[in-house]
Design a protein around this ligand. Sequence first.
Ligand SMILES: [Mn+2]
Length: 262
Amino acid sequence: MRTLVVGDIQGCADELSDLLLAVGFVAGSDRLVSVGDLVNRGPKSLEVLRLVRDLGGETVLGNHELYLLSVVAGLSLPLVAGDSGRVEDTLDAALAAEDLPELLDWLLDRPEPVVRTGPWITVHAGLPPAFRLPEDADAVNQAVQAAWCSGRPLAERVELIRSDPRVRTLARLRYCDAAGRMPADDDAIDPPGFRPWFELREPGPLIAFGHWARLDPERARRADLRFLDTGCVYGRQLTGWLVEEDRLISVPARRTYWPLPR
Ligand SMILES: [Mn+2]
């Protein structure tokens, strides 16, 4: 049995199929783990959710899954073509899917919906400097699964999850300061007083992460990091990490689905 940890897919179902083919992925025997952001901006979000679920895959919550939840719960309005100033979403097919409730349960009703622990760590964006393993991971995972399974109305459950500052940080962190504070502008490049989160953590267990298509992979080249977001939706590559062989493998995007911001 092999394990493939795949970077940000963002609706690029064709490239996910290409990557599975490239590694000779054996359904039913090999294991698939996603770093999150399965959906949005690419063309086939629903197909990606179904494919990863049907392969028995696991994922952690990315910011785009949190956004999908917000839209489903009526807490955010979906962005449509023509909205001025903001790019549109590509979640329509997922939002209309009859099996969306089952797909959301698959995302959230699991023991480790936010941070996957074990021989290595899987998280969407990163871990702040003081985040303790496994205690803090256990606490946020339990909080999110408990909220999702609380039986409360959907909007209340999603609000509980998306307003949890730990969830927000783990799904969005790029730069922070020594206290774990993030810059006001999420998209700023090298904001003064802040550093990439991994430069502020002591070396520790190996962490697989994504969420940062503009990060130079050389900057994250470290024995205890596997950085997997190579910007497939932006026309670059989809990358996976074959854990047992400790090998990165990438397939090219079939086209540019979205402009890389800035
Ligand atoms: Mn992300």
